[in-house]
Design a protein around this ligand. Structure first.
Ligand code: AHG
Ligand code: MN
Ligand code: MN
Length: 281
C-alpha cells in the first residue's frame, strides 16, 4: 500500500516536472512577495508551487501539502500522507541559467516531524537533461524524464566508494574556525564543485562521491537550509545510497524541528568524510 502511494506521488512529480521546466523562461522575474523564510520569491517559485499542489491534490494517498513557499499546511484530500516540497531549489540560479531542482519529502505524520517519519524522498534535477532520483525502502533509483516518459537509468544508485569532490556553501569569513580548519584539509584532497543549488550539488556528490555542506555560520548558527523541505529529504536519499548525513553532531534524520520552516546545518556525503567532520566540529 505504502509502495503504491509512493509510486503514485512520484509519478505525479514526474508528470509535472516538464511543465515546471517549460514555464521557467518567462518567470525569471521577481514575484513581489517573500516566502516564510524571508527570501524574495520569483514568479517561477510561486508558479512551480501551484503546479505541484494542483497535481498532488489528485493523488488519493496525499492528505496534506506543505510547501517551502507557503506559511502553513494545505489540506488537499483524505489521504494519510503529508508531502513537503521545495518547488524550486536554487531559484536564484535562474538569473545565471544554472542548475535548479525540486525536492520532495513524503512523511506519514503531520509536520513538524522527525526524519524517522519519512517514508520516501526524491528530487528532480533540471540540468541539461531532466532527471529524477527517488529513495524508498533503502533503494535509490534514478530516472530520465522526457515529456510524459520516465525511463529508469539506475535501479540501485549508491555513493562511489572513492570520493573526489566537495561543495561548501556560505562565505568563508562567516565560517566557524572549526569548519574552516576542516575545509582546509578537504580542499587539499578533493576538487571543488559548488553550483548554488543543493539539488545540483548533492547530485554531484552522489555521482562522484564526496561531501556537500551548508554549515552553521557565524551570522546564522542554524545555517541556511530548511530541515523539512531540504535537509531531511536529501539526508534520507544520501543515507539510502550508503552515505551519511550530519547536522554537525548527529544524523539529520534524528532532528525534529519545533517549527516547520526551521533551518539546520547540513553535511552529506561519504561516511569517512562525515565522521571526520563530526570529530573536527
Ligand atoms: P532555495 O532556492 O530553495 O531558497 O534554496 C537555495 C539554497 C540551496 O539550494 C543552496 O544549497 C543554497 O541555498 C545556496 O546558497 P548560497 O547562494 O548562499 O550559496
Ligand atoms: Mn531550496
Ligand atoms: Mn525553493
Amino acid at each position: 500500500m505504502a509502495d503504491q502511494s509512493v509510486s503514485q506521488i512520484f509519478s505525479a512529480i514526474a508528470d509535472t516536472a516538464p511543465a515546471v521546466r517549460a514555464a521557467l523562461p518567462g518567470r525569471r522575474v521577481e514575484y513581489g512577495g517573500e516566502n516564510p523564510s524571508g527570501e524574495s520569491q520569483l514568479a517561477a517559485d510561486v508558479y512551480a508551487d501551484s503546479l505541484f499542489k494542483d497535481r498532488l491534490e489528485q493523488v488519493d494517498a496525499v492528505g496534506t501539502y506543505f510547501s517551502e513557499e507557503e506559511e502553513s499546511a494545505v489540506a488537499v484530500g483524505d489521504g494519510s500522507l503529508t508531502v513537503a516540497i521545495d518547488p524550486l531549489d536554487g531559484s536564484s540560479n535562474l538569473k545565471s541559467n544554472n542548475a535548479l531542482g525540486t525536492i520532495v519529502s513524503v512523511y506519514d505524520e503531520p509536520l513538524p516531524a522527525s526524519g524517522d517519519s519519512l517514508i520516501a524522498a526524491g528530487y528532480v534535477l533540471y540540468g541539461p537533461i531532466t532527471t529524477m532520483v527517488v529513495a524508498h525502502d533503502g533503494v535509490v533509483t534514478e530516472s530520465v524524464l522526457t515529456d510524459g516518459n520516465q525511463e529508469v537509468v539506475k535501479d540501485d544508485l549508491t555513493l562511489p566508494s572513492e570520493p573526489t569532490i566537495y561543495g561548501f556553501g556560505g562565505r568563508i569569513p562567516d565560517w566557524t574556525p572549526e569548519f574552516t580548519e576542516y575545509a582546509r584539509e578537504i580542499e587539499s584532497e578533493f576538487k571543488l564543485r559548488y553550483g548554488g543549488s543543493m539539488v545540483g550539488d548533492v547530485n554531484q556528490v552522489l555521482t562522484y562521491g564526496g561531501i556537500f555542506s551548508y554549515p552553521a555560520v557565524k551570522s546564522a548558527p542554524d545555517g541556511k537550509l530548511r530541515t523539512q523541505f531540504e535537509a531531511h529529504p536529501m539526508a534520507y536519499i544520501v543515507e539510502a545510497a550508503g552515505g551519511k548525513s550530519s547536522d554537525g553532531t548527529q544524523s539529520i534524520l534524528d532532528r525534529t524541528p519545533t517549527e516547520v520552516h526551521e533551518r539546520t546545518p547540513v553535511h552529506l556525503g561519504n561516511d569517512e568524510l562525515i565522521d571526520r567532520l563530526e570529530s573536527s566540529l
